[in-house]
Design a protein around this ligand. Structure first.
Ligand SMILES: [Zn+2]
Length: 300
């Protein structure tokens, strides 16, 4: 199929000028390997108008949006595509308020759909970080920026971050997880989900990492006020300003979705040409997410 490439907005509008074009784009992704009926599993059917399939066995008519994140999008597929385009290709984050104004949607509607896009941006965990990795924890929200040591302020949200460095000590990929505390138990998931067992991992002297040495190759060094973890701290500053730029309150329940969006984009910053298509691909592969599943915790 012809996948959309690049970040050119006019090109984007030209190639996907209306809801039908977007539907057909989804259909090409969804039935790339042929049709399989979602009701009965039958593989023979006929395509209708390019974006629905009629199953020969059970006569179910399946739309391109069924069983994807685009399921029952009420404001039209083109707007949905535009939101995904903005979120994946722009270098700064865009608020749901601004997105709403841009596409004539209520802020809440824009926010819900953006949360769905973020869910699709969540890591597949198929490509764990490898070779040289730096790990540290940080907090976002609340005040007292710049204060040393691990914060126990309950208003702050805690997170653990892992970065993979290239041979030239540049940041290659990043994963972030929201955590409840700094215990070994809370620090374990990012290791198990995102770090290859054969990699060399460097952390500071925090004792929470010690039990993890049983399964991972961890070296603990003094942080030297972050001096020994320069690349890591640059990324942490970027995450913090990314979160700070969100005008709506980000609750603890939702912060992981924002981290996932941040990582998805930073991990594809070398592949910006295909990032929109990758986003749509993920949204087709993801199961539908309903508003009820995204707890309503918006305090504007
Ligand atoms: Zn069927």
């Amino acid at each position: 199929m012809e996948e959309f490439k690049g970040q050119d907005l006019l090109n984007f509008i030209k190639e996907l000028p209306n809801d039908e074009a977007c539907k057909s784009y989804l259909a090409k992704i969804k039935w790339h390997d042929g049709f399989t009926c979602s009701k009965c599993g039958h593989t023979k059917g006929c395509a209708k108008s390019g974006y629905t399939y009629h199953c020969y066995n059970c006569h179910h008519v399946e739309s391109a949006t069924a069983n994807t994140i685009f399921h029952k999008v009420k404001f039209g597929l083109q707007k949905a595509f535009c939101i995904a385009f903005e979120m994946s290709t722009s270098s700064k984050s865009i608020s749901s308020i601004q997105m709403g104004k841009r596409f004539s949607l209520r802020q809440g509607t824009a926010w819900y759909f953006m949360q769905k896009v973020r869910k699709a941006m969540k890591s597949s965990q198929k490509y764990p970080l490898e070779k040289l990795i730096h790990v540290d924890e940080f907090t976002v929200g609340g005040k007292e920026e710049g204060k040393q040591g691990r914060s126990y302020d309950s208003k702050k949200k805690k997170a653990v971050i892992a970065i993979e460095l290239t041979d030239n000590n540049k940041v290659k990929r990043v994963y972030i997880r929201s955590i409840d505390d700094y215990s070994a138990k809370s620090l374990t998931p990012i290791f198990e989900e995102h770090i290859c067992k054969s990699s060399k991992i460097i952390t500071d002297k925090w004792r929470g990492y010690e039990p993890l040495k049983e399964n991972f190759n961890i070296e603990q060094i003094y942080s030297n006020n972050g001096g020994n973890f320069k690349q890591l701290h640059t990324i942490i500053m970027q995450v913090k300003s990314w979160i700070r730029a969100i005008p709506t309150h980000v609750s603890k329940a939702h912060i992981q979705a924002y981290f996932d969006e941040f990582c998805f984009r930073i991990n594809r910053s070398q592949n910006k040409a295909s990032i929109f298509h990758k986003t749509i691909l993920r949204m087709v592969e993801s199961k539908p997410i309903y508003q009820s599943q995204i707890k309503q915790q918006i305090n504007v």
